[in-house]
Ligand binder design. Structure first.
Ligand code: DGY
Length: 325
């Protein structure tokens, strides 16, 4: 590596962290116009820099990372999810990869709660009703939703974000917590909310009034919520997704929402986002958000600083705090 490492950042970051990065490294190339980079531009970045700091929308797959003449040795991902990075291809190219865990847990859990509340209580419909001047006044049967307090929440995955959702739901809304996770969950977190573990998803799904997805994206979980599993959901229940869009089979979900198989869905992520299936736009019983899970000023700054912490460690030849490859 040259003495002055070249660092390329693929999208705009909060300016305070961009400034901190510039103080840390003399040769930093920012994406001033915040235009998404094409595969070719990403490959050029990998060829032209020692460190590339991508984010969750940059396809760092085998094709991108398989480019010839790659100089990059450090990928510091701005984001906790890394299903857009082919870790084997990165290893093959001799690139270390880090992510940004922990700092976005609370804000993402907040968005899962927001989606539960907004879908169950028909907040989007209500807002549209008022804004379109259609509201004729209070009446006992107007826009009745579903009570959240005291209901049962099924968590698909019981990692950091799911545990934070469980605490909010249990202590804030008196909800009963169920989960399914193929990996051994943290026992302290299980005990804290009195959560019940299910050996299979198929056993848990019919018991939940709200089903919230907290598993990683990628091939292993692609369309985990398919037509068959959606059909197992309780009539009147809600599906919440703050994980990755491809965990749900869109067509199956749209059909289930149209037919009233389930009562509603709260979605912060979409397969192929930002181009979502137009079928979603016609559904009154879906709340649709533009991937806002970690979108608070505090969290995005903390995410940027977490990337810098990993970059610092890499520059110093120290152990990487959040190494994923
Ligand atoms: C992530 O970090 O993986 C989120 O999807 C964006 O905050």
């Amino acid at each position: 590596m040259s003495k002055t490492p070249t660092v390329i950042v693929t999208r705009r970051w909060p300016s305070v962290v961009e400034d901190e990065l510039r103080e840390m490294c003399a040769d930093v190339r920012l994406n001033e116009e915040d235009r998404p980079m094409s595969r070719e531009q990403l490959q050029d970045a990998l060829r032209g820099a020692d460190c590339v700091l991508p984010t969750v929308t940059d396809p760092m797959d085998a094709e991108t990372l398989g480019a010839s003449g790659i100089r990059c040795k450090f990928l510091g991902n701005f984001g906790v999810g890394f299903n857009h990075i082919d870790l084997d291809a990165a290893k093959k190219a001799g690139i270390s990869v880090t992510n940004t865990p922990e700092v976005l847990t609370d804000c993402t859990a907040d968005i899962a709660m927001i989606l539960m509340l907004t879908t169950a209580r028909r907040i989007g419909e209500g807002e549209r009703h008022v804004r379109s001047n259609s509201w004729k006044g209070w009446r006992p049967t107007h826009l009745l939703g579903t009570r959240v307090t005291g209901k049962t929440l099924g968590l698909v995955g019981f990692g950091r974000i799911a545990c934070a959702v469980a605490r909010r739901a249990h202590f804030g809304f008196g909800m009963k917590i169920l989960f399914h996770d193929p990996f051994e969950p943290p026992q302290k977190a299980v005990r804290e909310v009195g959560a019940t573990s299910y050996p299979t998803l198929e056993q848990m799904i019919p018991d939940a009034d709200f089903l919230s997805l907290h598993c990683p994206g990628g091939e292993k979980t692609r369309h985990l919520m398919n037509r068959e599993r959606i059909a197992l959901m309780k009539p009147g229940s809600f599906l919440i997704n703050t994980a990755r869009g491809d965990v749900i089979d869109n067509r199956a979900l749209i059909e289930a929402l149209k037919k009233g198989v389930i009562a509603g869905a709260g979605l912060d992520v979409f397969e192929g986002e930002p181009n979502l299936d137009p079928g979603f736009l016609e559904l009154e019983n879906a709340v649709l958000l533009p991937h806002l899970g970690s979108a608070s000023r505090e969290t995005r700054i903390a995410m940027g600083r977490r990337v810098l912490k990993n970059l610092r460690a890499w520059l110093d030849g120290a152990e990487l705090p959040d190494r994923v490859a």
